[in-house]
Ligand binder design. Structure first.
Ligand SMILES: Nc1ncnc2c1ncn2[C@@H]1O[C@H](COP(=O)(O)OP(=O)(O)O)[C@@H](O)[C@H]1O
Ligand SMILES: [Mg+2]
Length: 264
């Protein structure tokens, strides 16, 4: 879950998509990878005592930091004090691989909520993930930032496929129009394929749920936004995603910490 710009709804989409998938009986983990401003916990009113930083320092196990979110969604709290991925020491890498390996077999889907921007960490998480979901909204800055992110991931790391979620739209029609605007530009300058994954309306109940520190799919399950999140979860379940087995988790972490992925 990424998008270039802040405030486009990445965290909100990550939380509600995760909750909706969890409601379908999937074992879903949501990694809050916005290490500067961890905000999944705030979005859900959780107060993590331990974070990934403690795991990486071998002070506790991953199991001990996981918090339960809506419908049993597993939240993995990030950490503002986490060492920069590029500067992590070998023992920290090993700790991270070991920690996530303990999840293998228990885990159907790992959703990663990235920070805004195109920092080294954002790029690493995007490249390591098996699918990249870019959240956009109808603002010139959101389109420009999404394009810039797609361009970097394509030109520097060879990523070719992106899934787009249009957030805060007024209709499916408008969402598809915005998607077309983005594909017009990418088709012209980049050799990438964008897929329209879904849309979420601008909905006062989303804001109300956020104020109540709840997922809208749990607090207001029959509202339009919740239905769209459920459609999004349905679309995701239909993707041929790899089941996250042991080898896959290891691969994910190796990609994440691979020095060749340093931003150029
Ligand atoms: N579908 C929506 N309808 C109404 N408001 C929304 C919607 N999605 C996001 N917002 C608003 O945008 C703000 C930022 O969302 P957030 O998920 O934190 O963005 P990001 O993670 O991209 O920075 C939320 O606090 C909320 O007020
Ligand atoms: Mg966020």
């Amino acid at each position: 879950m990424t998008g270039g710009k802040g405030g486009v709804g990445k965290t909100n989409v990550a939380v509600n998509l995760g909750a909706s998938l969890a409601q379908r009986g999937k074992e879903v983990f949501l990694l809050d990878a916005d290490f500067g401003l961890s905000n999944v916990d705030i979005a859900l009113g959780l107060r993590p005592k331990l974070t990934l930083a403690n795991v990486i320092e071998n002070e506790c196990s991953l199991d001990q930091i996981i918090l339960k979110g809506p419908y049993g969604l597993n939240i993995v709290p990030g950490a503002s004090g986490l060492p920069h991925l590029a500067q992590m020491e070998a023992k920290n890498y090993a700790g991270l691989i070991h920690a996530f390996d303990s999840l293998a077999g228990k885990l159907d889907t790992l959703i990663i909520d990235t920070a805004a921007g195109i920092s080294d960490a954002v790029v690493r998480f995007a490249v390591a993930a098996s699918e990249i979901i870019v959240v956009v909204c109808d603002e010139p800055a959101s389109l420009a930032d999404s394009y810039a992110l797609i361009k970097v991931l394509h030109k520097n790391f060879g990523v070719q496929r992106f899934r787009i979620v249009v957030n805060m739209s007024s209709s499916l029609h408008d969402a598809k129009q915005l998607f077309a605007k983005l594909t017009n530009v990418t088709d012209k300058y980049l050799n990438v394929v964008l897929h329209f994954l879904g849309w979420i309306p601008e909905d006062e109940l989303v804001r109300k749920a956020i104020r109540q520190q709840c997922a809208v799919v749990e607090a207001y399950p029959s509202c339009k936004a919740a239905q769209c999140f459920n459609n999004l979860a349905q679309s995701i379940s239909e993707l041929p995603l790899p089941r996250v087995g042991s080898g896959h988790v290891q691969f994910f972490i190796e990609q994440l910490i691979n020095p060749k992925f340093a931003v150029q």
